[in-house]
Design a protein around this ligand. Structure first.
Ligand code: HEM
Length: 360
């Protein structure tokens, strides 16, 4: 159990710094409800600390120029832990919710302008994941408030420096997309001679297969006597254009997105098993985080209704808007494009993927 202490004499309390730790909630001046309020917040912040550390490990694995295959399971392991923490934290709001609205109001004014909005660990975690400022509510710059605070003290300046360093480092989302851009597509590696042609012809074959499925679906709808076939056709055409724009924004194939589509489409191939598990883990993590955001908003709505937050935001409306964030938007968006297995373009070079079956 030893960190640095003497393992022969060290106690549980020594190892965990319990004496100092248990003083950090405040003393007899706190009412029971206030103690509850502080402890729930502090436990969330403790989990944030671990989440940041876990995600940094994932980012470091994925940020390598060549990610050793054996390290992908490690990244998945860290990610799954974070997902479980978010699931646990989503339940933790229930504990907060045992505070009645009236009891909260007895000490709410004492919070002043203090708000979860100022949770610098939450901001660090969002920045590390790679949430772009342009996607935030009102395109807010998450560092702006901390720049103001940094003028107050050395400690606040350190927080700002930490956030700036995280913002300057590669995000998990960017590292993930770089890793995806190196996916072997039909046995061709990024940088191989003729790779661009292989990728383009895969995209063309895929879009053609999607078009055939859309034609079949429209035929079925016409047979069923669907009234406004023009509107249905326009919908399918819009979907086809959306798929093309996703895979070839501005005309050139986006290798990361095509790689993602390839992994999702040929998921059963042995070489793609861990990459697809990793993608599933990332989506699982983002989903758990969004559900956590959503349960926070519901708890807040029950507690304070639709009043202005202590941080000055629109309160519940603001929190609900944050549930629309998608840091890993491409991983969600690709699902719209997926087609059934038997309609996929034939796999080329199956042996490359450790698959012994025929290519047709
Ligand atoms: C009585 C309980 C709570 C209420 C009424 C409440 C209310 C709010 C409101 C209204 C906001 C929007 C910003 C503002 O204007 O203040 C907010 C943001 C936030 N709260 Fe809470 N909250 C509560 C408990 C918690 C707890 C226990 C945590 C755990 C750390 C937390 C974490 C956050 C975070 C991280 C944000 C920023 C969200 C973002 O900008 O994406 N809140 N909260």
């Amino acid at each position: 159990m030893s960190k640095d202490g003497d393992a022969r004499t060290q106690t549980y309390a020594d190892y965990l710094n319990l004496h100092e730790f248990l003083e950090l909630q405040g003393g007899d001046e706190l009412s029971n409800d206030q103690l509850h309020f502080v402890i729930v917040h502090q436990s969330f912040e403790l989990w944030f600390k671990l989440i940041i550390s876990e995600l940094r490990c994932v980012r470091d694995v994925l940020d390598q120029t060549l990610v050793p295959e054996a390290e992908v399971p490690t990244a998945v392991h860290h990610m799954e832990r974070v997902t479980e923490i978010f699931r646990l934290m989503a339940h933790q709001w229930k504990v907060m919710g045992t505070l009645t609205p009236q009891d909260f109001l007895t000490f709410r004014d004492g919070l002043g302008t203090a708000s979860g909005f100022e949770s610098f660990q939450m901001r660090e975690l969002e920045i590390m994941l790679g949430l772009p400022d342009s996607d935030r509510v009102a395109e807010m710059d998450p560092l702006a408030h901390f720049r103001k605070l940094a003028e107050r003290s050395e400690r606040d300046a350190e927080i700002l420096a930490r956030l700036e360093a995280t913002a300057a480092a590669p995000s998990l989302a960017a590292s993930l997309m770089r890793w995806l851009s190196r996916t072997p597509i039909q046995g061709s590696l990024a940088g191989d001679e003729g790779d661009e042609a292989v990728v383009s012809s895969f995209v063309e074959a895929y879009l053609a297969a999607q078009g055939r499925l859309a034609d079949e679906a429209m035929e079925r709808l016409a047979v069923q006597g669907v009234q406004d076939m023009d509107a249905v056709r326009a919908r399918f055409e819009g979907a086809a254009e959306g798929a093309k724009e996703f895979l070839m924004p501005g005309g050139d194939a986006d290798r990361a997105r095509v790689g993602l589509l390839f992994i999702e489409s040929y998921r059963e191939l042995p070489l793609l098993a861990w990459p697809r598990t990793l993608i599933d883990a990332v989506v699982g993590l983002e989903e758990a985080m969004l559900l956590w955001r959503s349960t926070h908003a519901r708890m807040v709505e029950r507690m304070i209704g639709r009043r202005v937050g202590t941080g000055g935001s629109s309160g519940v409306d603001y929190l609900d808007a944050t549930t629309r964030y998608r840091v890993f938007g491409d991983l969600w968006a690709v699902r719209t494009l997926l087609i059934k297995q038997e309609a996929l373009p034939p796999l080329e070079n199956p042996h490359f993927y450790g698959f012994a079956g025929d290519s047709a």
